[in-house]
Write a protein that binds this ligand. Sequence first.
Ligand SMILES: [Zn+2]
Length: 240
Amino acid sequence: MLFDPLYIVLLVVTLAITGWAAWRVRSTYSKWSKVDSGINLDAFDFARRLLDRQGLSHVKIEPTPGQLTDHYDPRGKILRVSTQVADATALSTSGVATTGSRLSVAAAAVIAHEVGHALQDHAGDPAMKLRQAIVPAAQFGSGIAPWLVIAGVFLQITGLAIVGLIGFAAAVVFTFATLPVEIGASGKALAFVNGLGMVGERQDGARAVLKAAAWTYVAGALTALLTFLYYAWLIFGRRD
Ligand SMILES: [Zn+2]
């Protein structure tokens, strides 16, 4: 299968899509992490204030290592702020760390987005509930299912390959169920930052950061769908 020309095409296309999305999110983030949001709070105080304003004072805030690792944990009701976002709050416009300085546009957008997820969770957002419900099936689908497809095709056990394909379909559905959740959280985030007086160029910057992040989820859904179609072709389409 490694020498299957269609497989090479799939590999190149999916790498191009995910690579482009990853590059875009990093470059947009980097640009707007150098611009002051005008909000005179650090990342943790900003997150606390936004959460409290939304009636989410029960949500805890924790630091988490890495870049673009910020997330909201619906099980633990914890908003985790990446060290990148937390540190970005201490950058002056020259890129030099200063004490008591302010939140960047990028950091404010990311935190507001995660508060958007906390609000979705609290409101019982149906898209978020659906996504949470698919998690176990999606984990099976992205972990074991591709191996079942490949083993089924090689050993010519069509039933096994089809079980794998159905499992992988759950992973594809998960990536698509993620889209309304992510876009919804970004919509809430934009409303938060507008309400805090981030207007004009800063508002455009927050929108650009959130849009770039959304494209990574679109890229994930597209590549999952293309991979699914390739597996389906392996099982049903190839006659040799
Ligand atoms: Zn998100």
